[in-house]
Design a protein around this ligand. Structure first.
Ligand SMILES: Cc1ncc(COP(=O)(O)O)c(C=O)c1O
Length: 458
């Protein structure tokens, strides 16, 4: 699967059949037989934003507001070094860490994760104890998300997704041959009325039995930075449960909480998972990539009972289990409190970057009036900007070319829309304030504004 990181980090990828790729082996005179790819591989399109990284490399001095990475300077080298040192200082522990673990993941870590969830949701210790057996550690939340798609989706099945959504999620949906259908959001996140309408319409079309999954990012979403309003959370879980009952078959709600914890000021509302009374509907996906280190690449899911075994069987085929050393490392930094101290630092740093970036956008883009507007996130790493309808933010459009001339990059918004219904809007962009330094954020906003000015001038 192509993660956002892969997508951005890969500089040159030869499109099409792998047999077309340049080879170091001398070509033989006889043509080698063609590769007959699986339908899944054929369906999977090339990553759409690969060339952003190449452009960044080819244009020194460019300000990249495109990469959704964490700030390189924040990566917790000292904390990680202490934790690995402590693990290796004890030969028994050290060897245990360097051995394979289990497919479901390290028991102490899973227990701790559920305990921390109890703390954050304000319930008494032991309330969620039973969920430890349903907690699966994965290689990033990307793997959990992929496994969920693999376990549930056949060609023609339907996933209802926020519009816009995390564009990488659309990859596994496509690979499975499933249909991604958009459901509008507003400033309070996924619109419950619009989701109800989508279910009603699909029922009228005789398609309800194809709906398998609703996908949402309720905290500081990628790409909008918007969070699902507290008063929509229970209604959302109830709605999905009600339509499950109507369909006579389980429809799951995938809660992708990748930015959970990165909140700047406001307390995060209760998770959808904690509002699912019988634990049958919500799949909670979390990760330590944003709050600790994407290089450690550890995430986890808490799954409804019936999904645990199928997902573990599939995960067994992927990798037997996620990197044991990395799980031990995380368990240690959670136990010592180093992790929580690190997240506190991140919140301060990103909160300040968010303020600087929003201030710079106000100062430079405010002059365009109401046709140009952007989100004001309370957490996460992203701002979503809407330009006048006539401005095409795609790679081929004049605005992107103007931005390149000015020396600033963004992710065109069109990639964040599921294919149905109909063509995606093209006048949005995702701006990330995670990676650039503070002066670059100010300069990036100025360059965007200059590019837009050129695009709008007659
Ligand atoms: C919304 C969202 N979900 C999931 C992921 C996957 O992260 P990881 O696999 O590193 O845990 C990301 C990464 O950018 C993301 O933005």
């Amino acid at each position: 699967m192509q993660t956002e990181l892969d997508t951005l980090a890969e500089v040159a990828r030869v499109p099409g059949d792998p047999s077309d790729r340049p080879s170091l082996i001398q070509p033989s005179r006889t043509t080698s037989p063609r590769i007959s790819l699986s339908q899944a591989a054929i369906r999977t399109s090339a990553p759409s934003i690969t060339n952003l990284m190449r452009m960044a490399l080819e244009n020194p001095g460019i300000v990249s507001l495109a990469a959704g990475f964490v700030d390189q300077q924040t990566l917790p080298v000292d904390v990680a070094s202490r934790a690995v040192g402590a693990l290796m200082a004890d030969p028994v522990e050290g060897r245990r860490s360097l051995q394979y673990g289990t497919t479901i993941g390290l028991p102490e870590l899973r227990e701790r994760l559920v305990g921390r969830l109890e703390g954050s949701q304000g319930v008494s210790p032991g309330t969620y104890r039973e969920a430890i057996a349903r907690t699966v550690v994965t290689t990033g939340s990307a793997q959990l998300i992929y496994l969920v798609c693999e376990a549930l989706l056949d060609p023609g099945d339907i996933v209802l997704v926020e519009s816009p959504t995390y564009f990488v999620f659309l990859g596994p949906v496509e690979t499975r041959g499933a249909r991604g259908i958009r459901v509008p959001i507003d400033e309070g996140g996924l619109r419950i009325d619009a989701l109800e309408d989508a279910f009603t319409r699909l029922q009228a079309e005789g398609q309800l039995d194809r709906v398998k999954l609703v996908y949402t990012i309720p905290e500081h979403a990628n790409p909008t930075g918007i969070s699902l309003a507290a008063d929509r959370r229970r209604p959302l879980v109830d709605l999905v449960r009600r339509w499950s009952a109507t369909a006579g078959r389980r429809i799951f709600l995938l809660e992708d909480a990748a930015y959970h914890g990165l909140s700047y000021g406001e307390t995060e509302p209760r998770s959808l998972w904690s509002l699912d009374p019988d634990g049958e509907t919500v799949i909670l996906a979390r990760t330590f990539s944003k709050t600790f280190s994407p290089g450690v690449k550890i995430g986890y899911g808490i799954l409804p009972k019936g999904l645990v075994e199928p997902i573990l069987r599939l995960k067994g085929n992927h990798d037997f289990g996620s990197a044991n050393l990395n799980q031990q490392l995380l368990e240690r930094v959670l136990a010592t409190g180093d992790y929580d101290r690190h997240v506190d630092d991140l919140r301060r740093l990103y909160g300040r970057k968010r303020d600087i970036f929003l201030g710079a956008l106000d100062a430079t883009m405010g002059k365009f009036g109401g046709d140009v507007h952007w989100t004001r996130p309370h957490g996460g790493l992203f701002v979503w900007m809407t330009l006048p309808e006539g401005v095409d933010t795609g790679f081929e459009g004049a605005f992107f070319a103007n931005c390149l001339k000015q020396g600033v990059l963004y992710v065109p918004g069109e990639y964040a829309f599921a294919p149905e219904p109909g063509p995606a809007p093209r006048n949005h962009m995702r701006l990330s304030f995670g990676v650039p330094g503070e002066p670059e954020l100010i300069e990036g906003a100025r360059r965007l504004s200059a590019a837009l000015e050129t695009s709008l001038s007659p």
